[in-house]
Design a protein around this ligand. Sequence first.
Ligand code: OAD
Length: 226
Amino acid sequence: MKPVVVLSGAGLSAESGLGTFRDVDGLWTQYDLSEVATPEGFARDPALVLEFYNARRANMAAAAPNAAHRALAQLSAEPDVTLVTQNVDDLLERAGATGVIHMHGELSRALCHACGARWDAPDVMAADDACAACGAQATRPDVVWFGEIPYRMERIEALLSEAALFVSIGTSGTVYPAAGFVHLAREAGARTLELNLEASGSTFDESRIGPATELVPAWVAEMRSE
Ligand code: OAD
């Protein structure tokens, strides 16, 4: 298989019951992004932010991977396929995927913003939790907030520069740097394909419109028969 980079977003987990951000009833229609997803919001009210992510961690635990996660997990076993996700849930891993790059971090991990230590997050995080390594009461979910730099960007850009195919699944393409990956991939000569419930507005060589649980397994079957 030629090098493939798959970028996924909230639409991948929508049919598992996890809400997207910008659709009708999306998380950002119910919560103020600047309060719960920025370092400034966390500094103002850590308990509120932790409560928001505790609720999302509980939803994640109650959700199950869907057919799209399972198909991508199968594909991830191919040596030249890399899964990059903006999702902070663990549904790809629970479907068996390996090597997933979580560019916006993971709900299942905690981070100490005093010393940088990381560990498995408890189900419920509290503002007075102490860091396991340095003891500071400075723990936060290991997720990337607006104004912070997403994880593993150098690696992702290197992968995009070598990709023959870039596939975007269930993302609105509104949040940079992920929204720019299609352009980087195209500049590098990759074919670009979008699988989404509605066209995102970015320019792809091909857009397939429909639910991820139908489109992704069909596309993965195509890839594996090539
Ligand atoms: P959005 O909520 O912005 O977009 C979700 C996309 O999924 C939309 O394009 C929908 O059309 C599509 N969609 C919904 N249901 C679908 C389904 N069943 N099958 C296929 N597609 C479906 O979510 P993201 O693009 O992931 O960042 O948002 C990107 C980032 O913005 C998130 O990682 C998060 C958010 O703010 C941070 O919190 C830093």
